[in-house]
Design a protein around this ligand. Structure first.
Ligand SMILES: *[C@@H]1O[C@H](CO)[C@@H](O)[C@H](O)[C@H]1NC(C)=O
Ligand SMILES: *[C@@H]1O[C@H](CO)[C@@H](O)[C@H](O)[C@H]1NC(C)=O
Ligand SMILES: *[C@@H]1O[C@H](CO)[C@@H](O)[C@H](O)[C@H]1NC(C)=O
Ligand SMILES: *[C@@H]1O[C@H](CO)[C@@H](O)[C@H](O)[C@H]1NC(C)=O
Ligand SMILES: *[C@@H]1O[C@H](CO)[C@@H](O)[C@H](O)[C@H]1NC(C)=O
Ligand SMILES: *[C@@H]1O[C@H](CO)[C@@H](O)[C@H](O)[C@H]1NC(C)=O
Length: 410
């Protein structure tokens, strides 16, 4: 019990330490841009607090009832780093949302969530009773990871435009592992095929005429000297974030669920030998909600071995900070073009009990049934700008371009 009290105190402190976020801005002409702020992830906060992580992971794992496998939510929630602001209802209630390419539904913590629930206690809660634009739905939502809630409809205000009658979930139960996340909810950027009970926000913005073009783009910035985490632009893509003299490489979507596409191969150099992973091509999708690059466990083990990283905790690997500049390039081939990451891109520097530690961004994909997928998180997306084109004639495509690293503005 004493330990639990400490843990709650720690979490409250974490929340209080959170940096404030920025207000969205409007650009007019059917294009809107939402500023994304970068905050210390739960993982970073945990490391800095110097807690015994092995004990903590056991403690958390044993307390999560009903979670079949805690690895996935834990490592995802620990890694949340980028947030934008949304207002829901009228008058608008303010929430800190993760714009997440790996969730289909949008959701927010509900006022109906028990006040004894620790994960609910710590975040802003939506109250439909005080919103004049609320429309009842009431269908239940039940997720194996421990999320429960019900559907509602209300106005979503993003980047100074509104989507009316937006379907979303009011969460009334959150898994305990969610305690480490700072988000009040999620704006789902997955496919309508994956969210049959509520059309995604980006689609409503388009069909309701708030944006002119059926596309959005994401720019993430991992520069630790600033809280400016990047931006998400709906209705267009902002070419100022693309490196000079490069263009966007577009790929077709192979499965309309998340933004899944076919990757040709990955090439890693170890010593003088080059090894090809994802040999005959593989499926991959972007993940804006985590910094990790996840892949099949054996291939991830190979990469971590090649870059000299060793297993640390929570399935993450540690690498000597002196090795970053000697670390090999890792080439992701998309549509026969190389998208190359260097050590500084795939190594995260954090402090642990006052000492600098460096973590490899490569972690095994442990999602049951999905272990053959490559999930490209922040370590990849903060080097490569992404364009999401949901062309109304059904030609969905995703585009990648190197980021213009001279621009660190939103
Ligand atoms: C959009 O929603 C906000 C927040 O509820 C509200 O203040 C504003 O008047 C709405 N704008 C329009 C054009 O409906
Ligand atoms: C939610 O799912 C769990 C496990 O899949 C099940 O035990 C429970 O009865 C479900 N609850 C509702 C309200 O459907
Ligand atoms: C871009 O390409 C043009 C024409 O090929 C060249 O003159 C210019 O120097 C290039 N700019 C950069 C930044 O490489
Ligand atoms: C991409 O990288 C591979 C492996 O190093 C190399 O053989 C190939 O020539 C590169 N392709 C381009 C277009 O640079
Ligand atoms: C979680 O799933 C992964 C992969 O399926 C497995 O290796 C691991 O042992 C599981 N953990 C638990 C606690 O069941
Ligand atoms: C959809 O994509 C096709 C082929 O790429 C293009 O010809 C068409 O103009 C696009 N339509 C819209 C509405 O963007």
């Amino acid at each position: 019990m004493h330990k639990k009290a400490n843990f709650v105190l720690f979490t409250v402190t974490v929340i209080l330490l959170c940096a404030s976020f920025f207000l969205p801005n409007a650009e007019g002409n059917g294009v809107i841009s939402i500023k994304i702020s970068r905050m210390k992830s739960g993982l970073e906060q945990l490391l800095e607090s110097g807690l015994d992580l092995k004990k903590l992971s056991l403690h958390l794992g044993s307390r999560i009832k009903g979670d079949k496998n805690t690895t996935v939510p834990l490592f995802k929630f620990l890694d949340y780093e980028y947030y934008g602001e949304v207002l829901i209802g009228h008058p608008g209630q303010k929430f800190r949302a993760v714009f997440d390419t790996t969730w289909a539904y949008s959701w927010v913590t509900s006022k109906r969530c028990s006040s004894f629930s620790i994960p609910c206690m710590l975040r802003n809660k939506y109250d439909h009773d005080v919103s004049s634009t609320y429309v009842e739905d009431g269908r239940k939502f039940n997720h194996t990871l421990g999320f429960k809630g019900f559907f509602s409809k209300d106005l979503f205000h993003v980047g100074q435009v509104n989507a009316t009658n937006q379907g979303f979930i009011e969460m009334t139960e959150l898994p305990l592992s969610y305690i480490l996340s700072h988000a009040d909810g999620i704006v789902g950027l997955g496919f309508p095929e994956a969210s049959p009970l509520a059309k995604p926000v980006f689609l409503n913005l388009y069909t309701q005429g708030a944006i002119n073009k059926p596309k959005f783009s994401i720019y993430l910035n991992r520069d630790r000297t600033t809280e400016k985490g990047g931006s998400i632009t709906f209705g267009a893509y902002d070419t100022s974030h693309i490196a000079k003299n490069t263009s966007v490489t577009f790929l077709g979507i192979t499965r309309k669920y998340y933004w899944e596409f076919r990757m040709d191969r990955i090439v890693v150099r170890k010593g003088i030998k080059e090894r090809v992973l994802c040999k005959n091509g593989c499926n991959a999708f972007p993940d804006t909600s985590s910094n990790v690059i996840a892949g099949p466990p054996d291939e991830i083990e190979y990469i971590n071995d090649a870059i000299g990283a060793e297993e640390f905790f929570f399935g993450r690997y540690r690498i000597s900070c002196d090795h970053i500049h000697k670390s090999p390039f890792i080439k992701f081939s998309l549509s026969r073009k190389n998208f190359t990451l260097k050590g500084a891109d795939y190594v995260e520097q954090m402090t642990y009990g006052g000492v600098m530690v460096c973590l490899s961004a490569f972690a095994a994909n442990t999602i049951p049934g999905y272990q053959d997928r490559w999930i490209l998180g922040g370590a990849f997306l903060s080097r490569f700008f992404t364009v999401y084109d949901f062309n109304s004639s059904g030609n969905y495509q995703i585009g990648f371009a190197p980021i213009n690293s001279n621009i660190t503005e939103y």
